[in-house]
Design a binder for this molecule. Structure first.
Ligand SMILES: NC(=O)c1ccc[n+]([C@@H]2O[C@H](COP(=O)([O-])OP(=O)(O)OC[C@H]3O[C@@H](n4cnc5c(N)ncnc54)[C@H](O)[C@@H]3O)[C@@H](O)[C@H]2O)c1
Length: 274
């Protein structure tokens, strides 16, 4: 979908109160789109909404916990009641978790799967039938991660959730192609982007040094504004794979292909980074 086709149409962004989601919402607004912002962090959500409104954008802020099926249904109801259509849906809300598998508390594991994986499913189930009832073209993007194709010890809950998002999104692409061909489905797989994501990740004893490492490391990442620009460029090109760091993605994908193709043990190509 060409970017100028998006003017006057509507983007819905989950996790819009910070980082990549906030930048994507700002980018959508700069293209002349109406924006529907959803986040569980209501103060940040309201601040982004107020700022965009002050710049003349049509904005609806809907406090939403993407873990809650009814809340995501209510988000879709609110978006369609306000703007009558959705051209771009970004299922983007997510969180990080660090720790060896047995150390991370069960509640934290469950929360990561609930937000990162089931939150995406909730967005799909609430919005796709309505986007599919509209004959106009639309675009659904699920934010995954290079973690969706990499194997990452001490980040296992996150990796499991993102591998789930990857599988969900490829399957969804095929389902939409069959049932609602006017909906294009993409996976957005960022590498490191400088956001607050590791600030919110709880610390655990065995891997406390990892938390410090990642909080430092992420600051060196790409800015969320650049990531959002690449995201919309991918939408404009109707790409399925939308990447921020194609070289590291290709390196990880080549490794994964060898591990699977040659049935290698997980440590065969492991270099400490994945
Ligand atoms: N930053 C990176 O390097 C990176 C890399 C790969 C993938 N990602 C993915 O990008 C997405 C956005 O992350 P970010 O880096 O911008 O992080 P961020 O922490 O800056 O933003 C995430 C937003 O999601 C919101 N959120 C968390 N739980 C929620 C819930 N239950 N319901 C609704 N909103 C909720 C948070 O409040 C926050 O505002 C995530 O899916 C993340 O996994 C980020």
């Amino acid at each position: 979908m060409q970017l100028d086709e998006l003017r006057g149409r509507t983007a819905v962004v989950t996790g819009a109160g910070s980082g990549i989601g906030e930048s994507a919402a700002r980018h959508a607004a700069s293209l002349g789109m109406n924006v529907v912002l959803a986040d569980v962090a209501t103060e940040r959500l309201d601040a982004v909404a107020a700022d965009l409104r002050s710049r003349g954008s049509a904005v609806l802020a809907v406090p939403t916990d993407v873990r809650d099926v009814a809340a995501v249904d209510a988000l879709a109801d609110a978006a369609y009641a306000e703007f009558g259509e959705v051209a771009v849906l970004l299922n983007n809300a997510g969180l990080e978790s660090l720790g060896v598998t047995w150390e991370v508390p069960a509640d934290e594991w469950r929360r990561v799967i609930d937000v990162n994986l089931l939150g995406v499913f909730h967005g799909v189930r609430s919005f796709v039938p309505r986007m599919g009832a509209d004959p106009r073209r639309s675009h659904l993007v699920n934010t995954c991660s290079v973690g969706g194709i990499a194997i990452t010890p001490r980040m296992t809950a996150y990796a499991a959730s993102k591998h789930g998002v990857q599988a969900l999104t490829e399957s969804l692409y095929l389902e939409c192609a069959e049932v609602f061909p006017q909906i294009t489905v993409s996976v957005f797989s960022p590498g490191q982007v400088a956001t607050r994501i590791f600030e919110d990740a709880p610390t655990h004893e065995v891997t406390a040094a990892d938390t410090v490492f990642w909080r430092e490391q992420i600051r060196e990442g790409m800015t969320p504004d650049v990531a959002a620009t690449l995201l919309f460029d991918g939408i404009a090109r109707d790409e399925f794979w939308i990447l921020t760091h194609p070289e590291s993605f290709e390196r990880l994908a080549a490794k994964r292909a060898r591990v699977l193709g040659e049935q290698l043990r997980p440590d065969a190509l492991f270099d400490g980074r994945n």
